[in-house]
Every structure is written in C-alpha cells, then in structure tokens.
Ligand binder design. Structure first.
Ligand SMILES: *[C@@H]1O[C@H](CO)[C@@H](O)[C@H](O)[C@H]1NC(C)=O
Ligand SMILES: *[C@@H]1O[C@H](CO)[C@@H](O)[C@H](O)[C@H]1NC(C)=O
Ligand SMILES: *[C@@H]1O[C@H](CO)[C@@H](O)[C@H](O)[C@H]1NC(C)=O
Ligand SMILES: *[C@@H]1O[C@H](CO)[C@@H](O)[C@H](O)[C@H]1NC(C)=O
Ligand SMILES: *[C@@H]1O[C@H](CO)[C@@H](O)[C@H](O)[C@H]1NC(C)=O
Ligand SMILES: *[C@@H]1O[C@H](CO)[C@@H](O)[C@H](O)[C@H]1NC(C)=O
Length: 312
C-alpha cells in the first residue's frame, strides 16, 4: 500500500490556515521488552503522554496512530526500516518530539471538548492495526509480529499511571488506527469499572468491502495477505469468525454489529484514500483517473458515478 492520506478533518484545518498543537516528548516503553511487546524490528514501542489538568482531570483520551498495513514480508521489512515499523527510526526522524493537534490539542480554542484531558498517543510500529501476536521471531528476516502485545503493554502502563480511575475514557484512532480502535473497543472498555463512561471514535477507519462494488476482490485479497502475514486468523473476535471468513472480519461493516461499547464512526463519503486507485480501482493507475481523484474538475460522469457509489 503506497500512501495513506491524512484524515480530511486535519487537512481541512490545515487548509483553513489553523495549525495549532503543542509539543510532547516521545518515550519508549522499556517495560514492554520483558513482555515481548516490540515493534517489527524488535525494539520497544513508543508513546507520547500529555497529562490532563483542571476540572476534567479524570478524563483520558488514548489515540492509536495509523499508517496502512504491511501485507507481506517485503513490505514489513521496508516498514521495519522506517518510522512506521521502528521506534528508533521514529525517535530520530522526529527528534523525540510530536506535536499534539486537533482532538489532542491542549488549547481550548482549538479543542474545546478535550483540551484538558490526559492524552496518550500510541505510535504504530507493527503494521497489523495492533492485532498481531506471533511468538516466534521470523528467523530469516528477524521481524517480530506483536501488535496486540504492544496494545496490551501500553494499556498496562496507562493503568499503572492512573487511567483506571477515569470518569470518561475515549479510545480513538485514524485510518489503520481507526480500524484498530474498532477492533479493540470492547477490550478497552473492559479495562474500567462500570462507573467509567467509555466510548470509541474511529476516524477514517471504515474500510469498505463493498461486495458488489468495483475492486472488492482486490480489497479482500489485500486483507487476506495482511491476515496471513501477521497470523491474525485467531486474533479476530470469534463471534465474527464463526459467521464470516477471517478476511471478511477485518472489514468494519462485519465487525461493528457486535460491538457493545458506544462507537462513533467518522468517515468522509468521499474519503480520498479509499477512492484512490489503491482501494477502489487498483488496476486503473492512469494519470487521467489519478488527476480526477485529486480534483473533481478532471473527472467525467462515469468517474463521478463511481465515487457516488462509495456512499451506498
Ligand atoms: C515544537 O518543536 C518544533 C521542532 O520539532 C519547533 O520547531 C517548534 O518551535 C516547537 N514548538 C513549540 C511551541 O515549542
Ligand atoms: C534481530 O533483532 C534484534 C532486535 O532489534 C537484534 O537485537 C538482533 O541483533 C537481530 N538479530 C539479527 C541476526 O540481526
Ligand atoms: C509510513 O506509512 C505511511 C502509510 O503507508 C507512508 O505514507 C509513510 O511514508 C511511511 N513513513 C515512512 C517513514 O516510511
Ligand atoms: C490558544 O490559542 C490561541 C490562538 O492561537 C492563543 O491566543 C492562546 O494564547 C492559546 N492558549 C493557550 C493556553 O496557549
Ligand atoms: C456496577 O458494578 C457494581 C459492582 O460489581 C454493581 O453492584 C452495580 O450494580 C453496577 N452498576 C451498574 C450501573 O451496572
Ligand atoms: C470517462 O472516461 C473513461 C476513461 O477514459 C471512459 O471509459 C468513460 O467512458 C468516460 N465516461 C464518459 C461519460 O465520458
């Protein structure tokens, strides 16, 4: 998968000239090593924590970063050498700092509802939407598939620093992190007492299967590869895998009916990533179609009809 576009919400803020945010230090979770909860390259995962303040001191927002998936060993190897698969690389490219903007912003002007919550960003370095848990390290390529363990180790750490006392707790994520949010939502809720209000927000993470829609076979084949590369067949909810093939269980349309925790889905009807040739028309990489995706002025009515089909 070549590129993953930023969620439209962030793009529109940038377009409006409002680029806010505060800098937060990135930390490696060293305690994760003992649990084998490591990135593709075998080193500990990274997170950034901005403590809450003021009258909403007890509220926690945990954000799962996105960034596509790696669907075979080569793609995972590439990823392990990038900041998407190695927190060492992340640290060096980011100088150990991340800017918290949008729903993570600590400025009430930009983020009136959540600005003073405890905010934790969990960086994505497993390529499986935080779902893999393979004991053996790939002997040939030295790759480690442990996304679910990373998620669990991060939750242990957050409980250790007080998240368990939250009045409100929110799990959110964008793109592959949005899918991870959907997949982990009920598990997240189970961390809390019944006095905590728990909700989930999946932003741009509703990847459609669209059985009767252009490219469905390709989309299915891609998720099939992700599942086999990361050994996810047994990691998906059994209530779903009893009804669908494991591949189909990675598509949110087949996952959400079972989720007990309130889940809010944010999805542009014209999500540019999903409309792009990567998802809807993998075979059409013509400059004509690509310029149409980028600017509707260059589309003809057939193209518009394809895009409108994404609504249904
Ligand atoms: C945040 O960090 C960047 C460098 O990573 C720096 O250019 C910027 O000035 C910092 N912003 C604030 C508000 O400290
Ligand atoms: C495999 O990765 C681990 C963790 O990064 C590293 O310590 C080890 O030296 C690597 N082994 C080989 C054979 O490259
Ligand atoms: C991380 O992954 C995203 C999505 O696949 C890609 O756009 C980005 O270039 C990758 N970053 C690096 C450093 O490889
Ligand atoms: C929030 O942002 C506004 C607009 O940039 C700025 O005037 C204000 O000082 C900021 N507030 C804090 C607490 O940083
Ligand atoms: C919450 O849990 C307590 C103890 O398990 C139980 O007594 C109480 O009825 C529960 N409250 C709700 C609203 O479910
Ligand atoms: C739009 O362009 C495509 C590719 O050139 C073509 O197959 C299709 O017939 C065109 N549709 C219309 C309505 O012109």
């Amino acid at each position: 998968m070549a590129t993953l576009l930023l969620p439209l919400t962030i793009l529109s803020l940038v377009a409006a000239g409002i680029v806010a945010g505060h800098n937060v230090t990135i930390s490696l979770l060293d305690s994760a090593i003992a649990k084998g909860a490591v990135c593709l390259d075998g080193i500990p995962p990274a997170y950034a924590y901005s403590p809450g303040f003021g009258d909403r001191y007890d509220n926690w927002h945990v954000f799962l970063e996105g960034g596509g998936w790696c669907q075979n060993v080569d793609a995972c190897l590439d990823r392990a050498r990038s900041s998407n698969g190695s927190s060492a690389k992340l640290m060096s490219t980011q100088n150990g700092i991340v800017s918290f903007g949008g729903m993570l912003d600590a400025n009430s002007t930009f983020n009136p509802d959540f600005y003073n919550w405890h905010v934790v960003k969990i960086f994505y370095c497993d390529g499986s939407s935080f779902m893999s848990d393979v004991e053996d390290v790939d002997p040939k390529y030295n790759l480690t598939y442990r996304g679910a363990r990373i998620y669990d180790a991060m939750m242990d750490e957050l409980l250790r620093i007080g998240m368990g006392n939250a009045k409100n707790a929110l799990l959110s994520g964008t793109s592959a992190g949005g899918l991870a949010t959907t997949l982990h939502c009920d598990k997240f809720q189970s961390l809390f007492h019944n006095t905590t209000r728990v909700k989930c927000v999946s932003d741009s993470g509703f990847f459609v299967h669209g059985e009767h829609f252009m490219g469905a076979d390709w989309r299915e084949a891609f998720f099939f590869s992700v599942i086999s590369t990361h050994g996810l067949a047994n990691m998906l909810p059994t209530s779903r895998t009893s009804k669908f093939s494991s591949t189909l269980c990675l598509f949110p349309e087949n996952l959400v009916p079972d989720i007990q925790t309130p889940l809010f889905l944010i999805e542009s009807a014209f999500d540019s990533y999903q409309i792009s040739q990567n998802v809807f028309s993998p075979s059409d990489t013509s400059p004509r179609w690509i310029s149409c995706i980028r600017n509707l002025m260059f589309c003809n009515w057939t193209d518009i009809k394809i895009m409108k089909g994404t609504h249904s």
